[in-house]
Design a protein around this ligand. Structure first.
Ligand SMILES: Nc1nc2c(ncn2[C@@H]2O[C@H](COP(=O)(O)OP(=O)(O)OP(=O)(O)O)[C@@H](O)[C@H]2O)c(=O)[nH]1
Ligand SMILES: [Mg+2]
Length: 313
């Protein structure tokens, strides 16, 4: 299943971001520490190449700490880029972020540094802004697309923040990335099916985090398949229909929500190494598709020529 979610307000927000860019001194790109590559919008990458950048990996508390370290090293090796991994719920990292902003873009007299806070939906942009402001300024919520328009926030310390709506991009090339985005809650639930997402997540957890599953669901032995796991979840959480059958949709919803909330334990869904391999595969598929598309166009043109010749006869 191809998951895509690019509603009109995201197109508008992308345009507004491009328009605001000339005044922006520095970009704070907010990423989900569980999916640092998949939550990185290629549009933002291209747009902001010439600006100093801080990659803030939020939801550190929900991610696998060893893998988060690998991602930080990976980002720090990029040009003009610094990275921070933060838990915005249980800690107050505002001093750390402000110091880094001032280091990357030293303050100018009589002029605020404009830092654009950007990223995909539901990664914690508004939570980060509230943390920096020290009070509730931007609305936050555990669902994507809470912020719908840009907002400037003067921190009164020489830094002005620009809060922006979360944006995705029109075509997500890597199918694994779309599933990871859906699993972590960046794609609106109505644009996906909980069952599909739960099957993806169950397969991943069985392979990469079997101990988390054993502990959460008190299992002495792991089930062999995704469906068996979801049936266990359904039975334990009372998702039953007539005839004692498992309500798979409800079991899937519960499984995905528990995973999103970190109840299964800290997890990361991708490593730099896995992404390198997947991107090679994506490029191969893209090339194959381009060849097929060209062939289809040639066949269409040949059919047209033949029809024209027949008409002339
Ligand atoms: N566990 C955990 N949750 C976080 C963290 N940062 C943000 N959240 C939660 O993530 C959810 C989304 O946060 P928001 O700040 O609304 O995200 P946003 O990026 O502004 O989202 P949009 O405006 O929809 O694009 C909220 O429920 C936050 O409480 C974190 O570091 N750890
Ligand atoms: Mg927001």
């Amino acid at each position: 299943m191809a998951i895509q979610w690019y509603p009109g307000h995201m197109h508008k927000a992308s345009k507004e971001m491009t328009e605001a860019l000339p005044q922006v001194n520095l970009v704070v790109e907010v990423l989900d520490a569980r999916i640092p590559f998949s939550s990185s919008n290629p549009f933002i990458q291209t747009l902001c190449t010439h600006k100093p950048r801080i990659k803030v990996l939020t939801k550190l508390d929900l991610a696998d700490p060893i893998i988060t370290k690998q991602w930080q090293e990976y980002f720090e090796s990029q040009n003009n880029t610094k990275s921070l991994a933060l838990d915005l719920i249980n800690t107050d990292p505002s001093g750390q972020i402000i110091d880094l902003i001032n280091k990357l873009y030293p303050q100018q007299p009589e002029r605020n540094t404009l830092a654009m806070v950007t990223g995909i939906p539901n990664v914690g942009k508004s939570t980060l802004i509230n943390c920096l402001a020290g009070k509730h300024i931007a609305n936050t919520g555990d669902e994507p697309a809470i912020t719908k328009g840009q907002q400037r926030i003067n921190l009164r310390n020489g830094i002005m923040l620009l809060d922006t709506p979360g944006i995705l991009w029109p075509k997500i090339d890597n199918p694994n990335s779309s599933y990871r985005l859906a699993t972590t809650g960046a794609i609106k639930n109505t644009a996906t099916s909980y069952e599909d997402v739960a099957f993806f997540a169950a397969e991943f957890c069985l392979k990469e985090y079997p101990q988390h599953l054993k502990q959460r669901f008190s299992l002495s032995q792991l089930p062999e398949t995704e469906i068996e796991l979801l049936e266990i979840v359904g039975r334990q959480r009372g998702c039953l229909r007539g005839g004692n059958r498992i309500d798979l949709e409800r079991a899937s919803t519960i499984f995905v929500n528990e995973l999103r909330d970190g109840k299964l334990g800290p997890m990361s869904f991708e490593t730099p190494e896995v992404i390198d391999q997947e991107m090679i595969q994506v490029e191969i598929l893209k090339k194959e598709k381009a060849v097929l598309d060209e062939l289809r166009l040639e066949q269409k043109a040949a059919r047209k020529r033949k029809a024209k010749a027949n008409r002339k006869k």
